[in-house]
Write a protein that binds this ligand. Structure first.
Ligand code: M6R
Length: 637
């Protein structure tokens, strides 16, 4: 994670860097900092916390005069402060960083940019250098001292060593990169040259080309605020930027031809509108997203599904499907497995992406590996897709971002969920749009195999109405959910197609309220988790009936398992349909959703769980849109 920005040109760098950092804050918000080049000196300002605290530190610097009573110290401080203020006002070259801590706790010291010992080189970094301890030990043997716990400080001091040997900026960087094992997007400034040096491996980095000015950022949306001419740096490339030039090199120092893309600026600004939080707004956007997806897919049930026409294969050629995904996207994939096996009769396995690469990869050309990712940038999912690709599997991606690494890897086999920008770190509308994409994919797969699913398609078209109805009940959910705000542990249970929704409900509650919550298949509770149950551990079940024998059996067993929890004195809650009377004698709290059959209920059952997490987090005063320790785009493995 982490976001990096840079600017070189003739405007005030500080404003461009701060605005860029704000648009990259979704990548991490443990600390932020900038380094500004001015009069041959590097000036660094950094602060633990969000960009807002960096901004107020900068404002204070501009306003406050030195407070020291000691005369020489006072003079020294005021010189330093004058330099900083000059740089803030005048510098037109700088780099900036917003951090998601990997090595070293969030603190001012561990914040980026990091400096070499002489203070004339500053570096920002997104990624993880796996062999940094080894390099650190070598540098320490040479007498180099370190003040932070970060891998980045090691890199800048390592670079400095080569510069001290007289190497050029690029050659010194090449030497460093040749030694590094890990992922990185780097941007570096050197007090001796009015240039920014960049390099990347596995972490994203783009250059925006302006008129006598150039920009860098971790995503293209940030540079598109300034220019539509974008270069996407490739792995193991090094770039050298001045105000009116961009040079690109490979690791051997050979010049590489620039590939400039003309990208259209799409608004990257999302407004909260009348909502208190983005999360709440995004929950309310779900009916519109679901409606749009269904309309784009088919208007009448007799028409074939139209939204996967770009695929270069037919599901009739596929022997096995493997999903790779993380977090909420993994939960969506579990729903997808159920539906594809049920309707298209193709065996499906679901992998947590970070585990996929820890196992032997057994894939051939009739195996389809589908990566699901809201951001399209999740490092674990990228690594899993790449390893399946190199083992010969066919690749597909379901992502919310067309301009993303995962989309590019899977082209042309892509589906972009039309959820729009999701600002809140906890996923809501992106998750439900992934689930719907998998309903559509399951139907498409069945159609490719000549199976007729007209009834199912008819049923699916009723979803937008039901999702509207469930969201209209938001206020009804408030008081019942708040009764549970002070518990410290929760279990979420369900079976079959709603088991992944139990996982998702538990994840939402954990992420937003920091209450410990775990999702289990209902039947698994008796195999161990039941030991923790007592009057202090509420158990929430999702119990939805259906017309088929499979649905009804699942439902009945879910109720039996809920009874087992209740017998252990656990406060019990249930998500149940309006017409369900069975639940009345079993549960303390019944959260009603409109009538829907089990097979079609996962999206609808998700909505009250989103409200549960939201209401409790809001009640406890948590940071709803940016929960602690999280980031929206997880770009490290
Ligand atoms: O961008 P991705 O969908 O690949 O992200 C995967 C997970 O990091 C993400 O779903 C995470 O679990 C969310 N915070 C869930 O709310």
């Amino acid at each position: 994670m982490c976001g990096i920005v840079g600017y070189i040109g003739n405007k005030a760098a500080k404003d461009i860097l701060l605005n860029g950092l704000k648009s990259l804050e979704y990548r991490g918000y443990d600390s932020a900092g900038i380094a500004l080049l001015d009069e041959g000196r590097i000036n660094v300002i950094k602060s633990q916390g969000k960009i807002a605290s960096l901004e107020s530190k900068i404002n204070q610097l501009q306003n406050v005069t030195s407070t020291s009573s000691n005369k020489p110290e006072k003079e020294f401080n005021s010189i330093l402060q004058e330099r900083l203020v000059n740089a803030i006002n005048k510098s037109n070259c700088g780099i900036g960083h917003t951090r998601w801590a990997t090595h070293g706790k969030p603190s001012d010291i561990n914040s980026h940019p990091h400096l070499n010992t002489a203070g004339n080189i500053a570096l920002v970094h997104n990624g993880i250098i796996k062999n940094f301890y080894e390099i650190k030990r070598e540098l320490e043997e040479d007498g180099v001292e370190f003040i932070s716990e970060t891998d980045t400080e090691v890199v800048v001091k390592f670079y400095s060593k080569f510069k001290d040997q007289g190497l050029s900026d690029i050659d010194a960087f090449r030497k460093v990169l040749q030694r590094l094992d890990g992922s990185y997007a780097f941007a570096l400034i050197n007090a001796d040259s009015q240039k920014i040096i960049l390099a990347k491996n596995q972490s994203p980095l783009v250059i925006g080309i302006g008129d006598n000015e150039n920009f860098i950022a971790s995503d293209s949306a940030t540079v598109l605020e300034h220019t539509e001419k974008v270069i996407k740096l490739k792995d193991l490339q090094i770039a050298e930027l001045s105000a009116n030039d961009v040079k690109l090199f490979d690791l051997d120092g050979n010049t590489v031809k620039l590939e400039v893309h003309h990208m259209h600026q799409v608004s990257s600004v999302a407004e909260k509108g009348p909502y208190k939080h983005f999360l709440l707004k995004e929950i309310h956007e779900q009916p519109a997203v679901i409606s749009k997806m269904l309309l784009d897919a088919y208007s009448v049930a007799t028409e074939p599904i139209a939204c996967f026409n770009n695929l270069d294969f037919k599901f009739s050629q596929i022997d096995k499907i493997s999903f790779v995904a993380c977090g909420s996207a993994y939960h969506a994939a579990l729903v997808g497995k159920y539906l594809i096996e049920l309707w298209a009769k193709i065996p499906v396995e679901v992998n947590i992406a970070s585990e996929f690469c820890s196992f032997p990869v057994l894939h051939g050309k009739n195996n389809l590996v589908i990566g699901i990712s809201q951001s399209g940038e999740t490092a674990d999912t990228i690594a899993a897709i790449k390893s399946a690709q190199s083992a010969g599997a066919k690749i597909m991606a379901i992502t919310n971002k067309q301009d993303s690494a995962i989309f590019d890897l899977a082209k042309p086999n892509t589906y972009v969920t039309p959820a729009g920008i999701e600002v809140s770190v906890a996923s809501t509308k992106a998750f439900t749009s992934q689930v719907l994409a998998l309903y559509l994919l399951a139907i498409k797969a069945a159609e490719d195999k000549g199976l007729d699913l007209i009834d199912i398609k008819d049923e699916l078209h009723k979803l937008p109405l039901v999702i509207d109805q469930v969201i209209e009940r938001a206020d009804d959910y408030h008081a019942p959910f708040l009764k549970y705000a002070n518990y410290r542990d929760f279990l979420f249970l369900s079976r079959g197609v709603n088991y992944p929704i139990a996982l998702e409900g538990a994840l939402k509650l954990k992420e937003l309220s920091y209450i410990h919550a775990t999702g289990y298949p209902s039947g698994e509770m008796k195999h161990g988790p039941i030991a923790i149950l007592d009057q202090n551990v509420p158990v929430l079940s999702i119990a939805i009936d259906g017309a088929s024998e499979l649905e009804h059996n699942v439902y009945k067993k879910t109720l039996s398992n809920a009874e087992e929890a209740r017998a252990r004195m656990s406060p019990s809650l249930v998500i149940a349909c309006d017409s369900n009377r069975d639940v009345e004698n079993i549960f303390d709290e019944i959260i009603r959703i409109p009538n829907i059959s089990q097979f079609f209920s996962p999206i609808i059952a998700t909505i009250p769980l989103q409200f549960l997490a939201y209401y409790i987090a809001e009640h406890l005063g948590k940071d709803v849109d940016q929960p602690r320790n999280l980031a929206k785009s997880v770009t490290v493995e």
